[in-house]
Design a protein around this ligand. Structure first.
Ligand code: BG6
Length: 481
């Protein structure tokens, strides 16, 4: 069936940076259905020239613009002016472009969530809430469970849950997909994927950037709500979930939800030994001096917002009892990378006297340069008496193995999934709620205990307390070694 894409907030940052460039790329590689039209809706009247220049700039950040592909994209593209919160403004657009009810509609709400409700209501008033309409939203979806429920309620008053596509762009990353392949397309790991063989798991999402000119927004959120509540918990879910019966949306989401519901609450009494909050002070990243969080442009002097979180999560179920999941994320760290490390247990008995053996470790690097690395113990060649053992890596570098295959960005994959009505990689409302429930618990424990942020120098691995978090369990973060 023919489909159209309607972007509310069509001249905003998200649309220019991510949505148009991804749609252009999908068009260029022939992935968009024939006849698909793209409408950018703006409340503000701007010259079309300005609109197109911004789109070209967004595309050029990643690639040179191809003249034929640009022309084909232009043929699909239209800028329209309307205040989408007002039905009378939307009606003429509906009549001019969407009166043919047989065309499907994907609607991206690239607007602040406080206007989701009036937009949905005016869509309903003009009859754009057809059963085939898909609504796409992305975070911030509330700042706690209650505010999420309220936002969600506005969406689901008008649209069915199956029509709402909540984006967590981490789920669109190639390497995150590969985690599913690694776990469920290989017989090797699944028998070992439990507390009999795994000692602990580390999930790190490290960034070198600071708040990138959005201090005001970030200060309201902080790392816990900006990163842990969504991206890190989704990675934890995919790592910890039971094998779904099939790769179908609800089968996968049901399993993720069970994990979220098994997360052991972090409360005031166990807060201090489980969670570390940090905030960067002035320092240097990649040799360049950078200001502290409170000296960033537009900053207030007194903020207690965390730009770093490290915590020890526990999944209270049969498979994971006693296996800590250490999560860590922060801005202005020394490197940008995201990684999941599965640390296996020690061998039960060593026959190699005089040589120590390190436990195996599986490292799944999500970005940059996704790879999988398995560290194995091996004999060092030579005639030395006894056996000299060394940990050596078995490496899979996907960019080398699949050289020539075209890389796909997270937004390209996710937008195409919405166009094709495939919700597997989108987050269901009960998952978001369960994630908020756990995060809200931690945040209220912060308040109860009065846990302030610890300063860390920009360019370091966070406050020393983050190192102590693992050290007291006799463990360490891997890049610190
Ligand atoms: C966003 C956060 O969701 O993810 C940003 O709001 C963060 O603060 C970004 O920088 C990180 O995404 P990626 O894909 O660059 O790792």
């Amino acid at each position: 069936m023919a489909c159209d894409v309607l972007i509310f907030g069509g001249v905003g940052d998200l649309a220019y940076r991510k949505l148009y460039p991804s749609l252009y790329k999908l068009d260029k590689n022939g992935s968009l259905p024939e006849g698909l039209r793209i409408f950018g809706v703006s409340r503000r009247e701007i010259p079309e020239e300005e609109f197109l220049t911004e789109i070209r700039q967004g595309i050029s950040r990643n690639e040179d613009i191809d003249a034929d592909a640009w022309q084909s994209f232009l043929d699909r593209l239209q800028l329209v002016f309307a205040d989408a919160t007002v039905a009378d403004d939307l009606r003429p657009i509906k009549e001019q472009y969407f009166s043919d009810g047989s065309r499907e509609l994907m609607v991206y709400l690239a607007t602040p969530p406080n206007i989701f409700a009036p937009i949905c209501q005016s869509m309903a008033a003009v009859g754009l809430n057809r059963p085939s309409t898909r609504i796409v939203v992305e975070k911030p979806l509330g700042d706690d469970r209650e505010s999420f429920r309220e936002i969600n309620c506005h969406l689901t008053e008008i649209f069915d849950e199956s029509q709402v596509y909540r984006i967590d762009h981490y789920l669109g990353k190639e390497a995150v997909q590969n985690l599913l392949a690694l776990r469920f397309a290989n017989a090797l790991f699944e028998p070992l994927w439990n507390n009999n063989y795994i000692d602990h798991i580390q999930i790190t999402v490290a960034e070198t950037v600071g708040v990138e000119g959005r201090w005001g927004f970030y200060d309201e959120a902080g790392a816990m709500r900006d990163m842990v509540q969504n991206h890190l918990l989704q990675l934890l879910c995919l790592t910890a979930m039971e094998p779904p019966a099939e790769l179908a949306a609800d089968a996968v989401r049901d399993e993720k939800l069970k994990v979220l519901r098994c997360l052991k609450p972090i409360v005031a009494s166990n807060l201090k030994e489980t969670v570390v909050r940090g905030q960067y002070a002035a320092g240097a990243v990649a040799g360049e001096p950078v200001p502290g969080y409170r000296q960033e442009e537009g900053a207030a002097q007194k903020s207690d917002t965390e730009t770093f979180v490290a915590l020890k999560a526990e999944v209270d179920n049969w498979r994971w009892a006693g296996v800590p999941f250490y999560l860590r994320t922060g801005k202005r760290l020394p490197m940008r990378y995201s990684e999941i490390v599965i640390q296996f247990k020690e061998i039960p008995h060593s026959i190699f006297s005089g040589s120590t053996s390190e436990p195996n470790r599986l490292t799944i690097r999500l970005q940059p340069n996704d790879s999988i690395q398995l560290s194995l113990m091996s004999k060092v060649p030579g005639l030395k008496k006894g056996m000299d053992l060394k940990a050596v890596p078995l490496d899979l570098f996907f960019s080398e193995i699949f050289a020539g295959e075209q890389g796909v960005s997270a937004y390209e994959r996710l937008l195409l999934d919405v166009i094709n009505s495939n919700p597997t990689l989108f987050v269901r409302s009960d998952e978001v709620e369960a994630a908020w429930t756990w995060v809200d618990g931690i945040r209220s424990a912060w308040q109860e205990v009065g846990q302030n942020v610890a300063q860390y120098t920009a360019g370091s691995w966070g406050p020393t307390a983050a190192i102590a978090l693992l050290a007291k369990d006799d463990r360490q973060w891997y890049e610190d070694i």
